[in-house]
Design a protein around this ligand. Structure first.
Ligand code: PHE
Length: 453
C-alpha cells in the first residue's frame, strides 16, 4: 500500500512547528536558572556558541536524514544506510521519544492542573501551603494520572488531524500566543519594584563563573533544548518540502528557542527579586516557588496576580503541548508507515502506550513504593535513561553517520537543495559534524554520568 504523505504547507509553519518542539519546559525551568547561576550574560554567550557548534549542525544532520528519507525515522535512517543496520539509530530515537512522551505528559498534566487551580483560586496561601499542595497533588494516585491522560488526548487530537491541518495549524496558532503571553509576563515582571536586581542577576556577565563543567552543562542544555536525539527533528524534516532551506530554518528555530529561553529568565528573575526570593530550577521552581512569587509580588493588586498566574500556566501548557505533539508524531508516523495502518489507529496505539508509561511514572512519585528501584523512582529512571544515555547516543551516532558514512554528495544535495543554494557553510558543517559534534557529545555524556567531574 502506498501511503500519501502529508507535508508542511509553508515556511512559517515549518519554523513554528519545529520551534514548538524545541520550546518546552526546558526553556522555562532549566535555562534561566543555569544562566543566572553560571555567569549571566557570560553563560548566555557560551550557550550561543554551543548552539552554533553543536545545536545547528546536529539539527541539520537530523533534517538531512529526515528530508532525504521522506519517511518515519527508522526508514529514513535505513534509506541512507546501504543495507547496514544504521536504522537502529531511528529505532532508538523512536523509543526515546515515546518514553519521554510518557513522563513529559505527566508534568504537562501538572501544568494543566495548576492552570485549573489558578482559575478556581486554589493556589493562594502561604509558602507552606503551596509546597504541601504540590506534594499532595503530585503524589496523589488518581488526579495527576487523569490530567496527564487528558493532556495526551489533546495531543492525540492534534496529531490525528495530520501534519498540515493538525500540527502545523496548531503551531501557527499556539506559538504566537505563547510569545505574546511571555512578553506580557516579562513586562509585568520587569515593572515590579526591585526588578532590576533580577535583571542584573540574569544578564550581568561574570566570566569568572565559567568552568569546564559549566561549558558542558551549556552544551547539554543546547542539545536538549533543541530536541536533538529524539528523532523529532528527523520526523518533522520528512514533511519539509524540497524548497526548504535547511540551514536557514535551523538557524531561525535555534534563534527563537534561545530568545524564548532568555525571555523566560526575564519573566522569572525580576519577579523573584522583587520579593527577595531566590529562584531554583525544575518542578519546584514552577510549581512551588513561582506561584508564591507571583502572589507576593502582586499582593497590592491580587487580581493582577491572579491573571499573571493564570497566564503563566497557560504559557507552560502551550509550551508543553507543542513539544508533546512532536514526540507523539515520531511514533505515530512510525506505526502508520511500518504497519500500514491509518493515522488514527497509529495515534491511538501511541496514546495507549504513553498512557501506560505515564501512569506508572506518575504513580512512582509517591502513590506506591513498588515502582522505586535502587532508590530512584521509575519517573526518574526514565528521565535518566533517556536524557543522559539514549539522547546522547542517538545524537552521537547521527553525527558519525552523516559525517563519516553517508556519501557527502547526498549530504551536499540536501544542504544546497540540489544546487539551488550556494552552500557556503557546507565544509564548515561537515567539519563540525565529523569531528567537533561527536567529541562534544561524548564529553557531555561523560560529564553527565559524573565521569568528568
Ligand atoms: N526541547 C524541549 C524542551 O526544551 C524538550 C523536548 C526534547 C521536546 C526532545 C521534544 C523532544 O523542553
Amino acid at each position: 500500500m502506498k501511503i500519501e504523505r502529508g507535508n508542511f504547507g509553508s515556511k512559517v509553519g515549518i519554523v513554528l512547528a519545529t520551534a514548538g518542539s524545541a520550546v518546552g519546559l526546558g526553556n522555562v525551568w532549566r535555562f534561566p536558572y543555569m544562566a543566572g547561576e553560571n555567569g549571566g550574560a557570560a553563560f548566555i554567550l557560551i550557550y550561543i556558541a554551543c548552539i552554533f557548534i553543536l545545536g545547528i549542525p546536529g539539527m541539520l544532520s537530523e533534517f538531512i536524514v529526515g528530508r532525504h528519507g521522506q519517511a518515519n525515522a527508522a526508514r529514513s535512517y535505513d534509506k541512507l544506510s546501504g543495507g547496514k543496520p544504521w536504522k537502529f539509530i531511528g529505532y532508538l530515537g523512536i523509543l526515546t521519544s515515546t518514553i519521554i512522551l510518557g513522563f513529559y505528559a505527566v508534568v504537562a498534566g501538572w501544568c494543566l492542573q495548576y492552570l485549573f487551580a489558578s482559575i478556581v483560586g486554589q493556589l493562594s496561601g502561604d509558602v507552606q501551603y503551596v509546597k504541601a499542595y504540590f506534594q499532595d497533588f503530585s503524589c496523589h494516585p488518581v488526579y495527576p494520572v487523569l490530567w496527564g491522560v487528558y493532556f495526551i488526548l489533546v495531543t492525540q487530537w492534534v496529531v490525528m488531524r495530520g501534519v498540515r491541518s493538525g500540527i502545523e495549524r496548531a503551531s501557527k496558532f499556539l506559538m504566537p500566543i505563547l510569545l505574546i503571553l511571555l512578553l506580557v509576563l516579562v513586562v509585568a515582571s520587569c515593572m515590579l519594584p526591585g526588578a532590576v536586581d533580577g535583571i542584573r542577576f540574569l544578564l550581568k556577565p561574570d566570566f569568572s563563573k565559567l568552568s569546564g563543567g559549566v561549558m558542558l552543562e551549556a552544551l547539554g542544555q543546547a542539545f536538549f533544548s533543541l530536541s536533538l536525539g529524539t528523532a523529532c527533528l528527523c520526523t518533522y524534516a520528512s514533511y519539509f518540502t524540497k524548497y526548504t532551506n535547511l540551514l536557514n530554518s535551523a538557524g531561525q528555530i535555534a534563534l527563537l528557542d534561545t530568545i524564548i529561553a532568555v525571555l523566560a529568565g526575564l519573566m522569572i528573575f525580576p519577579a523573584a527579586a522583587s520579593v527577595g526570593v531566590s529562584p531554583d530550577s525544575g518542578p519546584s521552581l514552577i510549581f512551588i516557588t513561582l506561584p508564591n512569587v507571583f502572589q507576593q509580588a502582586f499582593s497590592a493588586a491580587p487580581f493582577v496576580g491572579y491573571i499573571v498566574s493564570l497566564m503563566f500556566f497557560v504559557l507552560l501548557s502551550l509550551a508543553a503541548l507543542t513539544s508533546l505533539m512532536s514526540l507523539h508524531e515520531v511514533a505515530t508516523a512510525f506505526f502508520e508507515e511500518e504497519f500500514h495502518t491509518t493515522r488514527k489507529h497509529a495515534a491511538i496505539v501511541v496514546t495507549t502506550t504513553t498512557i501506560v508509561i505515564g501512569a506508572f511514572c506518575s504513580l512512582s512519585l509517591g502513590a506506591t513504593d513498588t515502582l522505586t528501584f535502587f532508590g530512584r523512582s521509575l519517573f526518574s529512571w526514565f528521565d535518566f535513561i533517556t536524557g543522559q544515555i539514549f539522547l546522547p547516543i542517538v545524537g552521537f551516532l547521527t553525527c558519525i553517520f552523516i559525517g563519516w558514512y553517508v556519501d557527502h554528495q547526498i549530504v551536499r544535495d540536501e544542504f544546497t537543495n540540489w544546487g539551488e543554494l550556494r552552500g557556503r557553510f557546507f565544509h564548515l558543517y561537515i567539519f563540525l559534524v565529523k569531528y567537533v559534534c561527536p567529541l562534544a557529545i561524548l564529553l557531555i555524556f561523560l560529564h553527565q554520568l559524573g565521569a568528568l567531574n
